[in-house]
Design a protein around this ligand. Structure first.
Ligand SMILES: *Cc1c(COP(=O)(O)O)cnc(C)c1O
Length: 487
């Protein structure tokens, strides 16, 4: 492709992208095709000769687009959002043009220095104190893995890296049952073993916080048994129902026993830019490590995970490799002020220029407009939960925590039905809603029972989209004959 053709196709890609976003709300939110149909429509072997871009774009529309689930659809209420925004998208285009590897300060000085500055902005935005230093990781899973590895190294005097864990008293990690499976994965990958991940029971308060008395008792019993408590992972906004631990109380236990504390705020962390929600993170300033995903709910394209640590040296002593071919002569990290080699803070060596999109987003919106968007999401979710709670044939299962709640359909004419019947009915309702395509929701299990999850967080969602969601849910639940309840 010569330079004129490149310019032509970049314009074409911009137009395609703008057209896509303008019309995405007319598409079904969740892909509607049958498994295997796209694979079957693709040639079995690669083309020997280059094909014209027209043909490739044509197949993008014909073959690929019908198989996409539209995360930037304004009626995406499933999972958690992985939202984007116009400034973030524009930044991703120019990032792709530079295609820089930002592993060392020298390989992209601006990327390294912008990352440092933008993460200071973000730290102030969520109200974390100055004694945290930040790095952008590729995912919350990676950040939590890095945190668990750091905790492992701290408790073993940095011998886990050299000698392995053989012959060590088993390390123990504590987390509530509401924490994300990325904690389970980190414990496996760190060689600690999932049998040493202690799931602490949850209390029954409004936030389903871990029971810190139980936590303390479990730690004491482990110490008594000669095991080594290494880390506690507190959760701020669990994935199932948004559970939040009382971080201050957890931090007090961590401090009493000298245990590393990591906070997983992957989704809810973004809401902390609104001071009125910060009660939820009280005590986070006492943590050793804190992670949240601007790529979830802060209008910044995946991937962009903000990871804050109190002691960056512990992190870089855990992950930094510094082979001779990656040294920047005369400008070593830790020796030259202004030089940060962020690869030493992360599991992968190579790094995309992720700070750029965050910088575009924060500058283009400004903090106040970002707050307004999140406040709206929370208010709309809470409003819908209230409406559903008041509806005769529905019940709220868990009240909203920020912009997430769960509910189920329980029609009056099935008031004597078994739990299993109601669970099956709701599972069919979720399928029916997602086959319909006007909205997209997913499900969870709460206290052993099926519940429909609903979260508001997509960038272009409006109050009207949330109203439409309720209209669609009621229509498809069909408290009338022929509706799902009657079948
Ligand atoms: C989404 C989520 C994660 C995992 O995030 P990735 O960035 O996809 O690894 C971890 N914890 C919680 C609470 C989440 O909601």
């Amino acid at each position: 492709m010569d330079k004129d053709a490149l310019r032509h196709w970049l314009h074409k890609a911009s137009d395609w992208s703008a057209d896509y976003l303008e019309s995405v709300s007319e598409r079904p939110v969740r892909a509607q095709g049958e498994p295997g149909s796209i694979y079957a429509a693709l040639p079995e072997a690669p083309p020997a000769e280059g094909e014209p871009m027209e043909a490739i774009f044509k197949d993008l529309d014909a073959l690929i687009m019908p198989g996409m689930t539209h995360w930037q659809h304004p009626r995406f209420f499933a999972y958690f959002p992985a939202n984007s925004s116009p400034p973030s998208l524009v930044a991703e285009y120019v990032t792709a043009a530079m295609a820089a590897q930002c592993m060392l300060w020298q390989t992209a000085p601006a990327a390294s220095e912008l990352e440092a500055r933008v993460l200071e902005w973000l730290r102030q935005m969520i109200g974390l104190p100055q004694d945290f230093a930040g790095v952008i990781q590729d995912s919350a899973t990676s950040a939590t893995f890095a945190a668990i590895l750091t905790a492992r190294e701290k408790v073993t005097g940095f011998t886990g890296n050299t000698k392995g864990l053989c012959g060590q008293a088993p390390l123990r990690i504590y987390a509530s049952a509401q924490t994300h499976t990325s904690i389970d994965k980190a414990v496996r990958m760190a060689g600690i073993g999932s049998d040493n991940l202690v799931k602490v029971p949850n209390g029954s308060g409004p936030y389903y916080a871990m029971d810190t008395e139980a936590l303390e008792a479990l730690i004491e019993a482990d110490k008594e048994a000669g095991l080594q408590p290494a880390a506690i992972v507190a959760c701020l906004g669990g994935t199932s129902i948004g559970a939040c631990d009382d971080i201050e109380a957890v931090a007090a236990v961590a401090a009493r026993h000298g245990i590393f504390l990591h906070v997983d705020a992957a989704w809810a962390g973004s809401a902390m830019i609104c001071p009125e929600f910060r009660d939820l993170m009280r005590g986070a300033e006492l943590a050793d490590s804190f992670v949240f995903n601007p790529h979830k709910w802060l209008f910044t394209n995946f991937d962009c995970t903000a990871h804050y640590v109190k002691d960056p040296r512990a992190l870089t002593d855990t992950l930094g490799m510094r082979p001779p071919f990656l040294r920047t002569l005369g400008r070593e990290e830790g020796e030259t002020p202004g030089v940060t080699d962020y690869n030493e803070w992360s599991v992968p060596l190579g790094r995309r220029f992720r700070a750029l999109k965050l910088w575009f987003v924060i500058r283009s919106y400004g903090v106040e407009a970002l707050r307004t968007k999140i406040r709206n999401h929370v208010a709309w979710a809470q409003g819908l939960a209230k409406t559903i709670g008041a509806a005769a044939d529905f019940e709220v299962v868990t009240e909203p925590i920020l912009a997430l709640f769960t509910f189920r359909y329980r029609p009056r004419f099935l008031k004597d039905a078994s739990d299993e019947t109601i669970d099956a009915l709701n599972a069919r309702l979720v399928e029916r809603i997602n086959d319909d395509g006007r909205i997209y929701v997913t499900q969870t299990t709460h206290e052993g029972r099926f519940a429909i999850r609903f979260q508001v967080g997509q960038t272009s969602t409006t109050a009207r989209d949330v109203e439409i969601a309720w209209e669609v849910i009621r229509e498809l639940a069909g408290a009338s004959k022929g509706g799902i309840g009657a079948s």
